[in-house]
Write a protein that binds this ligand. Structure first.
Ligand code: ATP
Length: 311
């Protein structure tokens, strides 16, 4: 069963047509990442799916409930953590969690149990009785996510979960997200960090000018983008020029003394390339290989409609 389904979602703000027919299918117990440049419509999509605003057209269901027809059931099944934290700075971590438990009517004993369990799970036991204002960015994000989990949501919308966190805190957050998914929760992730989508997402959709322009696993998306190359570095201009005469379809950079040769990174073709240079007595100082990453995918698919690779 799909945790999230959307068909032909449309939404405008005045004359600005932000979503022009968005289709989404997100399987239960997976991480789905929606990528897009600033202003592409990611937040608008999340707002519709989390019932904060209504679509002008199309339909969507979350956790089996129609977002327009049964918004209360959707709200009961989801958690949203975003750029605006729900953490109250004047309260301790434990108090914040207990307040959430009260809002979810877990009862006194049930609420206490859930708070303790989450403090443990999110490594916040030592800080539990300190005011949240003293928490680091990473601790605050963990507390925020823990608060979302008080209501045991089936689907979580995670908006930019690690923006501003140091590398270690980011990894901790990723570990937590993987743990949630392993327990059956579905995560709808929006992030600016393509590396984060690459790490976490089972499937990725790229939103551009209100339409999904590509969808697939990170590897599938990378395969669609040309851009793999070998960069040969030379010590002298003379060597660069000799190499450029021998290797066709390469682009040279005279200032950097480098030659960029299209390549899929295959070892055999790499060896053949070096052998040819060797046979012609051209000395290469160093080389590096570059396989397309999600940054390349993103740049190729967004912003410039002429470059969009159609499926
Ligand atoms: P970002 O990465 O910058 O958060 P986004 O992909 O989440 O961008 P949205 O916030 O969905 O993009 O915005 C898409 C477009 O809709 C933008 O052009 C934005 O200016 C416009 N927009 C969003 N909310 C409103 C609103 N309440 N009123 C008018 N225009 C809006």
């Amino acid at each position: 069963m799909n945790a999230i389904e959307a068909r032909g979602l449309r939404r405008s703000y005045g004359d600005n047509e932000v979503l022009k027919g968005v289709d989404l299918n997100v399987k239960r117990g997976t991480v789905f990442s929606l990528l897009g440049a600033n202003g592409a419509g990611k937040t608008t999509t999340v707002k519709i799916l989390s019932t904060l605003i209504r679509a002008d057209g199309g339909s969507a269901s979350v956790a089996g409930h129609d977002v327009a027809g049964d918004p209360d059931a959707v709200r009961a099944a989801i958690g949203v953590t975003g750029q605006f934290s729900a953490v109250d700075n004047l309260m301790t971590g434990r108090e914040n969690l207990k307040l959430m438990a009260d809002l979810h009517h877990l009862g006194k004993a049930g609420g206490r149990r859930r708070a303790e369990q989450l403090l443990e799970q999110f490594d916040l036991v030592d800080a539990a009785d300190k005011s949240a204002s003293t928490y680091s960015g990473g601790m605050r994000r963990r507390l925020d996510l823990a608060m979302t989990l008080v209501g045991s949501p089936q689907v979580i919308f995670l908006d930019e979960p690690t923006t501003g966190l140091d590398p270690r805190s980011r990894r901790t957050m990723w570990h937590i997200v993987r743990g949630l998914v392993a327990s059956g929760v579905t995560i709808f992730l929006t992030t600016q960090y393509l590396e984060e989508a690459d790490e976490l997402a089972d499937r990725i959709a790229v939103l551009d000018h209100g339409r999904i322009v590509a969808e697939g696993t990170a590897d599938e998306l990378k395969r669609r983008i040309p851009g793999g190359h070998v960069l040969l570095q030379f010590a002298e201009l003379r060597e660069l020029e000799s190499a450029a005469r021998i290797i066709r379809h390469a682009s040279r950079d005279g200032d950097a003394l480098s030659l960029r040769v299209p390549s899929d990174g295959n070892v055999r073709s790499l060896k053949a390339l070096l052998d040819r240079l060797d046979e012609n007595a051209v000395a290469v100082e160093s080389l590096s290989t570059h396989t397309p990453d999600l940054d390349d995918v993103f740049l190729a698919l967004t912003g410039n409609p002429d470059k969009v690779a159609q499926r």
